[in-house]
Design a protein around this ligand. Sequence first.
Ligand code: NCD
Length: 359
Amino acid sequence: MKHLIDPTDLTVEETQEIIDLALDIIANRAKYSEKCKGKKLATLFYEPSTRTRLSFTAAMMELGGNVLGFADAASSSVSKGETVRDTVRVVENFADIIAMRHHIEGAQLAATEVSRVPIINAGDGSHAHPTQTLTDLLTITRELGRLDNLTIGFCGDLRFGRTVHSLIKAMSRQKGIKIVLIAPPQLRLPDYIKQDVCDRLGLEYKEVDTLEEAMPELDVLYMTRVQKERFLDEDEYEAVKDSFVLDCDKMKLAKEKMAVLHPLPRVNEILEEVDADPRAAYFRQVENGKFVRMALISSLLDWKDDPKHEMPVEEEVEVPDNLRCENKKCITRNEKSPRRAYRASDGSLRCRYCDHKFK
Ligand code: NCD
């Protein structure tokens, strides 16, 4: 059975299959209106969301299926102390597929350990957001006609921005990709992405201090919101919140054919004056999110009993008894969990659930 917890759970071919299916859905909407008739999607959202949850809901409705779930963990049994694994053991009796968002990192991977139905990660803390990545890949395809040979600028909160982490991972598997990182020192990309994704896979990247410097060479500019809710200290947030703002003057420095993406919501990192620029793709990106989720839901349901579509097999490394994941927001620190690890390129042990180190 195939779940989508990390973008690399899908092979490059499966990813392309989903994008191609989304393009076919866009071209032939009526053909898919009963594709998931009689099927149910459960949306379990333990963390606030507007577009992602509505996008999943609209996607399943357009496939002729039904949706149930909760948008607020306070109204579910979670508030009584139920574990993620138990919640999934219950919900799998009511739904054919589950989309889950959680503030605890690795919660969805834990869910896959017990689930009899496909689990989709709709965002786990500041870790990963693979359905946003599929949305981004479809958007880049539609805006620029390709996924390879691109220079992509990532700007804003590269530390806590889960959409950035997942898109870089997915892009590391394409040819001819160059990455330009534009972030204040406090919000730089986590080491595990730099070392174990960029360095290990030979993805070229550089860090620059200003948007002006980066603009002329970019094919894609991926803007992000500073993730206020992930800061432990309000002053730290205040100090960086307006570090980079995209306006029409900066757009003048960009190529004529390029695309500005943003997973939304924006706060003030893109001025409204940019919205009228034909290169501003972020509202088209929202609609692509619905189409790609239609393609994903229907593929995961179709693939469920097909041995050709299994999860990648990962080597498990034994973790010494005295070590635990350093990340307080990891599922292993919040619910009874096995400790699962892989060996990073620098030889250290990293947590399979959240990619942080063991200490
Ligand atoms: C993003 C998220 O939730 O990580 N939004 C989304 O899924 N559309 C980005 C964000 O919240 O800034």
